[in-house]
Design a protein around this ligand. Structure first.
Ligand code: KIV
Length: 271
């Protein structure tokens, strides 16, 4: 039997076993109880309480404004909803870049106040000291390399990263360093598929791609994008499985019509 079918709960060890067994890992974002329940019951392996909540839930242009308190609020709702999947919570911008003591304090707050199972941090060699300190407190850490949206003002654009040899070399070194330091998995965002495949081959921990091709160990998408709730964002890597914005628009229009026509509620819908 496949690894993920044989377990009641997905842990960091199960994910690593899935990689060893050649089983792909499916990860999506969630920011609230209702969505998380649906995704967990559908059998998702990992739910990421992403700082993309800053864009998706709060309407900010970047991921930078969301606060640690807000991330904890979103994560606590997700954790209350799930029975099986692993919940990873993003450390928001400003909660770990200062120094490793601050990083540990932020990670402990996430674990204690939300009940999340692990945290995710963006960056390579520059955050290794913080990762070590967090790991030494017993908190599992997922890395994030490639396009790291918290550094958008440094990059200047959301285009594909590591197309040049020097940046690709640095990325491979960083992935190996994160593995050595003890990260249980790494998200690799928007890098050439060939490079992502090479990274997945050269490290033993799972590499979860977004816009990183099919040669990695798993995939992650923003749930609201893959359900078609967000019509304005159409990168090449996004596959839309529903057109929910359109379906919801039609449903709401029908409701408005029914209310205006005094068709809702009918006899059986009242007391
Ligand atoms: O915040 C987020 O949703 C993410 C994914 C895009 C990986 O970090």
């Amino acid at each position: 039997m496949s690894v993920h079918r044989s377990v009641k709960k997905i842990t960091t060890h199960v994910l690593q076993e899935m990689k060893r067994n050649g089983e792909k890992i499916a990860m999506l974002t969630a920011y609230d109880f209702t969505m998380a329940r649906i995704l967990d019951q559908a059998g998702i392996d990992i739910l990421l309480v992403g700082d993309s909540a800053s864009n998706v839930m709060a309407g900010y242009e970047t991921t930078l404004p969301i606060t640690l308190d807000e991330m904890i609020y979103h994560a606590a709702g997700v954790v209350r909803a799930v029975d099986r999947c692993l919940v990873v919570v993003d450390m928001p911008f400003g909660s770990y870049q200062g120094n490793s003591k601050e990083a540990l304090t932020s990670a402990i707050r996430i674990m204690k106040e939300s009940g999340g199972h692990s945290i995710k941090m963006e960056g390579g060699r520059e955050i290794v000291e913080s990762i070590e300190r967090i790991l030494s407190a017993g908190i599992p850490v997922m890395g994030h390399l490639g396009l790291t949206p918290q550094s958008i003002y440094k990059f200047g654009t959301y285009t594909v990263r590591a197309k040049e040899e020097e940046e690709a070399k640095r990325l491979i070194e960083d992935a190996k360093l994160l593995e050595e330091t003890g990260c249980f998995a790494i998200v690799l965002e928007k890098v050439p598929a060939k490079l992502a495949e090479q990274v997945a081959k050269e490290v033993q921990i799972p590499i979860i791609g977004i816009g990183a091709g099919n040669g990695v160990d798993g995939q992650v998408l923003v749930t609201h994008d893959m359900l078609g709730m967000n019509q304005e964002f159409s990168p090449r890597f996004l596959r839309r499985y529903l057109n929910l914005a359109e379906d919801m628009n039609m449903a709401v229009k029908s409701y408005i019509t029914d209310v205006r026509n005094k068709d809702f509620p009918n006899e059986s819908e009242q007391y």
